[in-house]
Design a protein around this ligand. Structure first.
Ligand code: MOS
Length: 754
C-alpha cells in the first residue's frame, strides 16, 4: 500500500470552513452499505430493552388515567390496597412533592417537559392524566388492583374543541425562542394583484406516537442515587431533568438506554418515569413501568392538529410574487410546541413577498410534542399541494414551475446555501421514475377499476447541530479503539454508521472499533432529534481525534519516526499516525503505546459551537415521485410505486441511510392516507388508542420504494453529511395528494385522504 494513499489529514472540520478530510474520501468504509452491527442481537431477541432488565426485588407499576378533561378527582383506594400482591397505591395524597418538569428548551438540557407538576394535587388537566399508580409483585396484580380503585370527578368547564379554542383567542407560536411569524414585503397585496393564484385551506389531524416498543422504564434508588434503564432520545437530558424534578445533583441520576424500539420525537421524559421513580422511593423497591399501547396515547403527546392557509401568487412567467402560509394549531395548553408548519416553507422558493405565521389555540388536552419532522411533515402537504395546483392551473409542468422558482440565496435570511442540489435531485429522480410518461390531463389513465396518476413534490428539512457535543476516544495496546459518547441508537443505524466513520478516521478496520453510547455517564450532550445527532456526534469525534493525536505524539520517544512532529503535521495512516509531508515517517498505535509502556491512551474533545448554521442556509432536500391507483368502486387509494431522490450531503452508510429515507416515506404514506388520532371534542378523550383503530401502513400497503441521492458533500457539515432522519416523511402527503389529483381530477386538502 502506498503511503500517499493511506495518510489522512487529521486536522479536520471546523464550523468556519475547514473541511473534514473524510468528506471527499472515496473507497474505504465511508458510504459502505455495512449491515447493522446490532442486527443479530435484535432479530434473535437478545438485545435487552428497558422493560426487560431484571432488578432484584422489583415491583410492577400500573397507572390509572383520568376520564375527564378538567376538574378534581376523589379516589377510593381501600379495596386496591387490600388486593393481593399490592405494595403501594400512590395518589396525590401520598405522592412526594416534586419540582415541575422544566419545559422543553427552557434550559439547555430540558427535554419534552411541559412545566406541569406531577401528581401534586387533585386537579385534572387532561383526559388521560395519571391520577393513581399501583405497585404490586406482578404486573397482573398491579393491573387488577388498579381496576379496584374508584375515581369520582367534580368536572370543571374544559376547552376541548378546536373551534371553541380558536374563538377564545389565539396567540403567535414560538419555536426554540423565535416567534413563528415573519413578513417580507406586502404578500397580501402582491397576491391580490397576481396574474395567477391559488388560495386554499388545508387541514391535518392529530397524530400519536406508535413506536414498536411502547414507553417503559425499569429503575431503582440506591440511597439518593437513581438508576434508570429507559428508552429515551436523550440520556443526559433525562438525567438532568429527573435530577431537577427530584432536587438532587445531576450526577446522582444514571440513565442507560442502549436499545430503543424506535423513537420519533416522543421518547423523552413523560409522567411515567417520574411517577415510577417517586413510587420506587416511597416503596423502597425497584420499579418497572411498562406502558400499554393505550397508556402511550394517554400520557405521551403526539403531533398537533393544524389548519393552514396556503396561497401563492405568480406572474405570467410562473415566478412567485407572493407566498402566504398562515394558520392555527390545536395545542395542549401547557405544551411548548406549536407544530411549526412553516419550517419547510421558509427556505424553499424564491418569492417577491412572503407572509408566514403559526398561531396556537390552547386546549385542555395532553401536551403535544415533537413527531418526525415537526412542522415540515404537515406544512409541506399544504405548500407542495399548492405549487402543484398552481402548475396545473397555469399549464406548466409542476417540476418546471419549481425550477423557475429555485432561489439563489435563502429567501428569508438571504444567507448563501451551504450546498443545495435540489435541481440535480429532481432531474435524476424524474429520469429514473419516468416522469415524462405523465399525462397532464387529470383522470385520463385507467387500469380496470383503477384510475391511475403520477404526482411529485419537493421538500426540505433544516440542518441543525445542537451545542454540547463531546466524545472520548480510547486506544488500547492491542490496536483496538473505543469511542464513548452519550448518543442514541433508536434503530436508525447510528452505531453502525459511526463505527465505520470512526474506523476510517483512525485507520482501523471496523471490527477493531467499538462505538459505545447510550449512557448518561458518557461525555457529550447529544440528543437524538432534529435529524442532528449524526452531525453532533461527527463534530465531537473530530474534536476528540484532534486531542488524541496530540496525546499520541506526546508518547513518541526520541527514536520514534514521529519525534518532533506537531499535531498539525501528522495524519492517520494504516493503524497509526504518519507525517503528512513524509508518509514514511509513521508509527502504529501499538508501537507508540509499547514504547511508552502504556496499556491505553484516552483523549476527550468538545465539539465547537454550532456556528455553521448561523452563517449558511443549511437544509436537506428531496424530490419525491409516486404513482397511485384510485378505485372507482371503493374510492380507496393504493400507492403503486414511490421514488425519493435526496440531496443530504455525504451519505455515510448506503444501507442504513436508504432505510431511513424509506422508513420516512412509509411513515409519510400513513400521514397521507391513514393516520388520525380520533379526539372526541366533547370530552377531550382519544377514542382510538390502539393499533387496531389507529391505522399505520403495514407491509401490504407499502409499494416498491426506490431511493436515490446526490452524495455531494456539504462543505460546512461535519463529515459532509446533513441529516437523513426526518426528510423522508416530508412532502410525501403532497406527492400522494398530487398523484390522486392527476388520477381523478379531485383536490383533497384534508388529511388523511380516505
Ligand atoms: Mo425527532 S421529532 O427530532 O425525534
Amino acid at each position: 500500500m502506498t503511503a500517499e494513499s493511506t495518510v489522512l489529514g487529521r486536522d479536520g472540520w471546523t464550523p468556519d470552513g475547514k473541511s473534514d478530510p473524510l468528506m471527499t474520501r472515496r473507497g474505504g468504509l465511508i458510504g459502505a452499505p455495512l449491515s447493522r452491527l446490532d442486527g443479530a442481537l435484535k432479530v434473535t431477541g437478545t438485545a435487552p430493552f428497558a422493560a426487560e432488565i431484571p432488578l432484584d426485588g422489583m415491583v410492577y407499576a400500573s397507572l390509572l388515567y383520568s376520564t375527564v378533561a378538567r376538574g378534581r378527582v376523589r379516589l377510593d383506594t381501600s379495596e386496591a390496597e387490600r388486593a393481593s400482591g399490592v405494595v403501594l397505591v400512590m395518589t396525590h395524597r401520598n405522592a412526594p412533592r416534586l419540582n415541575p418538569p422544566p419545559g422543553f428548551l427552557t434550559a439547555e438540557k430540558a427535554m419534552s417537559g411541559d412545566g406541569l407538576e406531577v401528581m401534586a394535587g387533585d386537579q385534572v388537566r387532561w383526559n388521560g392524566q395519571p391520577v393513581a399508580l399501583v405497585l404490586a409483585e406482578t404486573q397482573e396484580q398491579a393491573d387488577h388492583a388498579r381496576s379496584l380503585i374508584r375515581a369520582a370527578y367534580e368536572t370543571e368547564p374544559a376547552v376541548t374543541g378546536f373551534a371553541e379554542a380558536k374563538a377564545r383567542g389565539t396567540e403567535v407560536g414560538a419555536f426554540a425562542g423565535e416567534p413563528l411569524s415573519l413578513a417580507a414585503g406586502d404578500a397580501e397585496a402582491a397576491l391580490e394583484g397576481a396574474a395567477h393564484k391559488v388560495d386554499a385551506v388545508y387541514t391535518t389531524p392529530r397524530h400519536n406516537h406508535n413506536a414498536i416498543e411502547p414507553h417503559a422504564a425499569t429503575l431503582a434508588w440506591d440511597g439518593d442515587e437513581l438508576f434508570v434503564h429507559d428508552t429515551t432520545q436523550g440520556v443526559r437530558h433525562e438525567a438532568w431533568t429527573l435530577a431537577e424534578i427530584f432536587g438532587i445533583p445531576e450526577d446522582q441520576v444514571h440513565v442507560s438506554s442502549p436499545y430503543l424500539g424506535g423513537g420519533f420525537g416522543g421518547k423523552g421524559v413523560w409522567q411515567h418515569q417520574i411517577l415510577a421513580a417517586a413510587a420506587a422511593r416511597l416503596a423502597g423497591r425497584p420499579v418497572r413501568v411498562a406502558l400499554s399501547r393505550e397508556g402511550v396515547y394517554r400520557l405521551v403527546g403526539g403531533r398537533a392538529a393544524t389548519e393552514q392557509r396556503l396561497a401563492i401568487g405568480a406572474g405570467a412567467d410562473g415566478r412567485f410574487e407572493a407566498i402566504v402560509h398562515t394558520g392555527t394549531v390545536a395545542k395542549g395548553r401547557h405544551s411548548v410546541l406549536p407544530e411549526p408548519f412553516v419550517m419547510g416553507t421558509m427556505g424553499m422558493y424564491s418569492s417577491g413577498s412572503l407572509k408566514l405565521e403559526v398561531r396556537s389555540a390552547n386546549l385542555d388536552a395532553l401536551s403535544n410534542t415533537f413527531m418526525r419532522a415537526p412542522g415540515a411533515a404537515v406544512g409541506t402537504f399544504a405548500l407542495e399541494s399548492a405549487v402543484d395546483e398552481l402548475a396545473c392551473q397555469m399549464g406548466i409542468d409542476p417540476i418546471e414551475l419549481r425550477l423557475r422558482n429555485e432561489p439563489e440565496t435563502d429567501p428569508v435570511t438571504r444567507k448563501p446555501f451551504s450546498s443545495r442540489n435540489l435541481v440535480a435531485a429532481y432531474r435524476t429522480g424524474a429520469e429514473r421514475f419516468g416522469w415524462s410518461e405523465r399525462d397532464a390531463t387529470p383522470g385520463t389513465r385507467r387500469d380496470g377499476e383503477w384510475r391511475t396518476g403520477l404526482g411529485t413534490a419537493a421538500t426540505s428539512f433544516d440542518y441543525v447541530r445542537m451545542p454540547g457535543g463531546a466524545a472520548r476516544i480510547t486506544i488500547t495496546r492491542d490496536g483496538r479503539a473505543r469511542i464513548d459518547i452519550a448518543a442514541h441508537e433508536m434503530g436508525m443505524g447510528t452505531a453502525t454508521a459511526q463505527t465505520q466513520v470512526a474506523a476510517e478516521r483512525l485507520g482501523l478496520p471496523a471490527d477493531k472499533v467499538t462505538f459505545a453510547y447510550g449512557d448518561s455517564s458518557q461525555p457529550g450532550l447529544v440528543m437524538a432529534g432534529g435529524s442532528q445527532q449524526t452531525a453532533s456526534i461527527g463534530a465531537a469525534v473530530i474534536a476528540a481525534h484532534r486531542e488524541l493525536a496530540g496525546e499520541l505524539l506526546k508518547l513518541a520517544g526520541e527514536d520514534s519516526p514521529l519525534a518532533g512532529l506537531t499535531p498539525d503535521e501528522v495524519g492517520t495512516a494504516d493503524g497509526g499516525l504518519a507525517a503528512i509531508e513524509d508518509p514514511d515517517r509513521r508509527e502504529s498505535y501499538e508501537a507508540l503505546l509499547d514504547g511508552a509502556g502504556r496499556d491505553e491512551i484516552s483523549a476527550e474533545g468538545v465539539a465547537p459551537p454550532p456556528t455553521e448554521s448561523g452563517e449558511w442556509s443549511m437544509h436537506s432536500y428531496g424530490a419525491l415521485f409516486c404513482e397511485v391507483g384510485v378505485s372507482e368502486v371503493t374510492g380507496e387509494t393504493r400507492v403503486r410505486r414511490f421514488l425519493g431522490s435526496f440531496d443530504c450531503g455525504r451519505i455515510l452508510n448506503a444501507k442504513t441511510a436508504a432505510s431511513q429515507f424509506r422508513g420516512g416515506i412509509i411513515m409519510g404514506l400513513g400521514l397521507a392516507l391513514m393516520e388520525e388520532t380520533l379526539f372526541d371534542e366533547r370530552t377531550g378523550r382519544i377514542v382510538n388508542p390502539s393499533l387496531s383503530e389507529y391505522h399505520v401502513p403495514v407491509h401490504a400497503d407499502v409499494p416498491p420504494i426506490d431511493i436515490l441521492w446526490t452524495d455531494i458533500p456539504d462543505p460546512h457539515a461535519p463529515m459532509g453529511a446533513r441529516g437523513v432522519g426526518e426528510i423522508g416523511i416530508t412532502g410525501v402527503g403532497a406527492a400522494i395528494a398530487n398523484a390522486i389529483y392527476n388520477a381523478t381530477g379531485k383536490r383533497v386538502r384534508d388529511l388523511p385522504i380516505t
